[in-house]
Design a protein around this ligand. Structure first.
Ligand code: SAH
Length: 503
């Protein structure tokens, strides 16, 4: 009526790699994202930063809403004209209480669509290296829920039919495992039937057990939900494989950096890029750049120094609106740190001077102290350190500064990050600026970070972390190589954080 609708989207199991392209498209468009507890935090990263994201599921979230409350919420948001994404783990139509939510929408005449997802059984079978059906040995599959609604209104499960089925998959199979095994045995499934239990398939917490039906209750004692089990002849050829641990590393850089992400992935880490701030370019920047360009003197060197990647980005955006990059030819480009230099390289420009180290502006000033003096224009963000440049005046430099941008905190702490921290998924946090620290470690969210290793780029970031009571590992030089080396060293001692700590 008002244009609102609800899209039920399957998030798949695992870490987010099973998300379909259609699901991703809807997530990118959604204005309100209502997500289940088992949804991977990586899936939430596809939503727009401005979307309202609310955890609503049976597990993990702060609140534990009733089905009624969830229905009402969906109806309310859709009636307000919103595009609501109801995001569920796996396939929304398999043990996802889809019917209840659909009925509520139908009653109100609210349109909906269903976007299927990969169900947990598919991923678990894939992890075990087996098919779920087979022409000779298993021509049907039964999906069962191992534990039923408390009210007991649902009809008895058809265990008899299930026990004749080729392959049986029991979802939510841990809490009442004993009872369920008894039922299958009572209906004629042989006690020696092979069983595979899979927990948290496709995630760093994955656990696998191969056993026989009669031994399952005892074996399953050491497994906690979420897990499912598969019974059937096909399980006989299942293999126990382990996925190498891939520590999850969060990055807060305001702009995504594909090279960092790729390198981290290649080195066995899973990057979780989640900016805490957004960059707001300074007004009148193009004008200021124009003045600088016109002030070029033929007889002295003119240095353009950039103190961060985002300073370069803001500069180029403003500059390229009216100019050709070749106009920079007479200038000497100076970059603070490899990351800043890299952005220039992306535009096909190799900075003549790159300051290394981890002292930030001091490294830059030191480097400039070693070259012939001239005119120096420093491009930096609001709040960037400026005092140290004064020492260059004594060396004969003429120094000025242009503010390229300011960093603004996002209106609220990013929900994907909150979800990831609450689920204790993140093992390492990489801080690249003091302002990130001030936002990311605000008091309200400080307790979420317990147990997470912190790595600092630069002494200034380290100082900010110490002010928040955190003692980080500070990189000797602020480079990607140094980061990877440090992570490799830490890795050996990186434990998976205990899930029990989930509030
Ligand atoms: N709609 C989901 C199922 C929701 S019920 C789907 O289609 O997959 C939740 C149950 O799914 C869990 O108790 C567990 O049995 C199973 N499950 C979900 N994700 C899983 C995973 N990554 N590994 C193993 N089992 C999983």
């Amino acid at each position: 009526v008002s244009g609102g609708k609800v899209i039920f989207v399957g998030a798949g199991p695992g870490m987010g790699g099973e998300l379909t392209l259609t699901a991703k498209e809807w997530l990118e468009k959604g204005e309100v994202i209502v997500y289940d507890a088992l949804v991977s935090p990586f899936v939430l990263l596809h939503a727009q930063g401005e979307a309202e994201m609310i955890p609503m599921g049976k597990r993990g979230g702060r609140t534990n809403p009733t089905q009624e409350e969830i229905n009402e919420f969906l109806v309310k948001k859709a009636k307000a004209g919103k595009l609501v994404i109801r995001l569920k783990g796996g396939d929304p139509g398999i043990f996802g209480r889809l019917k209840e939510e659909i009925s509520a929408l139908r009653e109100e005449g609210i349109p909906y669509e269903i976007i299927p997802g990969v169900t947990a059984a598919s991923l678990c079978a894939a992890v075990l290296g087996i098919p779920l059906t087979d022409r000779d040995r298993s021509s049907s599959i039964t999906f069962l829920t191992g534990h039923r609604r408390a009210e007991g209104k649902a009809p008895e499960l058809d265990w008899e039919a299930a026990s004749r089925s080729g392959t049986i998959v029991v979802y939510m199979g841990i809490l009442e495992v004993e009872k369920n095994v008894q039922r299958l045995l009572a209906h004629g499934v042989p006690p020696t039937a092979p069983v595979a239990v899979v927990r948290w398939a496709g995630t760093p917490r994955q656990e696998l057990i191969l056993t026989q039906l009669k031994d399952l209750p005892q074996q399953a004692e050491r497994i906690h939900p979420p897990a499912l089990w598969i019974v059937g002849e096909l399980v006989r050829s299942a293999r126990i494989s382990s996925i190498p641990p891939r520590p999850i590393v969060t990055l807060f850089r305001p702009e995504r950096n594909p090279e960092w992400e790729e390198t981290l992935r290649k080195e066995g880490f899973l990057p979780f890029p989640c900016p805490l701030q957004k960059r707001v370019p300074s007004s009148g920047l193009a004008e200021k750049i124009k003045t600088v360009l016109e002030g070029i003197q033929k007889d002295r060197p003119c240095y353009l120094a950039f103190t961060s990647p985002v300073a370069v980005e803001s500069f180029v955006e403003a500059f390229a609106r009216e100019n050709d990059l070749r106009r920079l030819n007479p200038f000497i480009i100076v970059a603070m740190g490899e990351g800043t230099a890299r952005i220039w390289k992306g535009y096909g420009i190799l900075p003549e001077l790159v300051a290394e180290g981890n002292a930030g502006v001091e490294d830059l000033v030191k480097l400039l102290g070693e070259v012939p003096p001239g005119r120096l224009v420093v491009f930096q963000g609001e709040g960037g350190r400026w005092d140290p440049f004064a020492s260059l005046l004594l060396k004969g430099f003429e120094v000025e500064r242009v503010i390229t941008h300011r960093m603004e905190p996002l209106p609220s702490f990013p929900e994907p990050l909150r979800h990831a921290l609450r689920g204790r998924w993140i093992q390492v946090a990489i801080w690249t600026s003091p302002s990130q620290v001030r936002i990311g470690l605000k008091e309200e969210v400080q307790s979420l970070w317990e147990g997470v290793r912190m790595i600092a780029f630069g002494r200034e970031t380290e100082r900010a972390l110490r002010e928040h009571g955190v003692i980080p590992r500070t990189l000797p030089v602020s480079t990607l190589d140094a980061l990877i080396r440090t992570l490799q060293e830490e890795r050996i001692t990186l434990p998976l954080l205990p899930e029990e700590a989930v509030p």
